[in-house]
Design a protein around this ligand. Structure first.
Ligand code: DGT
Length: 218
């Protein structure tokens, strides 16, 4: 809740791996009265000394279920975290975990149907029983070839084995969810930004979203 007990205007920042979600959130650090919640990747890399992200990339058949289960917990924690400001900006959501990442590993049979069923039941239970506020989704739309180059360049050790085909598939799943709307639920209106632009031009593109996000902060 914000200081005056009104729910914060809640924004999910979504987009493929390497689309610039963290940079987008950093852009809003200059403004007051916004709570920024970056994705808990560091928690996934160090859960009591275990790197779940690495385990998942190295042996997905064995670790995807465990990884997704922990992703759900950490995302739910972010959704439920109170914001003392009128605006709350979150990197990703339980929805992209389910409709992009879990969907992918279900379709390519990395998950056993029973494992998928358990994750899906958790997702549905949470959706129906725990309030998840969402007022706007900012979709940082990219071309797979461009984010693939960025991922190679940033060289996060766990992601070195990621093939272009995986990035292409994740792109399609984001498009199906946010543009083609193949799932019944899209929790909020979607603002699409061109996130192919390089760092020198991207600030102007980010500014296009300021009006919609910041008017809630005044
Ligand atoms: P950015 O700032 O747009 O470059 O964002 P990234 O790439 O740091 O963050 P993100 O969420 O796209 O990906 C972080 C890593 O975690 C990446 O290797 C993909 C993986 N990841 C994130 N969420 C999930 C998930 O729900 N399931 C799976 N399998 N992987 C996930």
């Amino acid at each position: 809740m914000s200081a005056n007990n009104v729910k914060p205007f809640t924004v999910f920042v979504e987009g493929n791996i390497g689309s610039g979600k963290t940079t987008f959130l950093e852009h809003f650090r200059q403004f007051e009265d916004i709570t920024l919640l970056t994705e808990p990747v560091e928690m996934w890399r160090d859960l009591k000394g275990c790197n779940l992200l690495e385990l998942m990339y190295k042996d997905p058949e064995k670790w995807a279920m465990t990884f997704q289960s922990y992703v759900s917990l950490t995302m739910l924690d972010m959704h439920r975290r109170p914001a003392p400001t009128p605006v709350k900006l979150m990197e990703r959501s339980l929805f992209s975990a389910r409709y992009c990442f879990v969907e992918h590993i279900m379709r390519n049979n990395t998950l056993h149907p029973a494992q998928f069923a358990v994750l899906d039941e958790w997702f549905r239970f949470i959706q129906h029983n725990i309030p998840i506020d969402a007022d706007l989704i900012v979709y940082l739309k990219t071309s797979p070839s461009i984010v693939y180059q960025r991922i190679k360049k940033r060289a996060r050790s766990e992601e070195q084995c990621v093939p272009l085909s995986y990035i292409e598939e994740l792109h399609r799943l984001h498009e199906d969810w946010l543009i083609n709307r193949i799932h019944a639920e899209c929790p909020a209106p979607v603002l699409v930004l061109d996130a192919d632009l390089d760092l020198s031009q991207i600030t102007d593109e980010y500014k296009r979203s300021e009006h919609q996000i910041l008017r809630k902060a005044v």
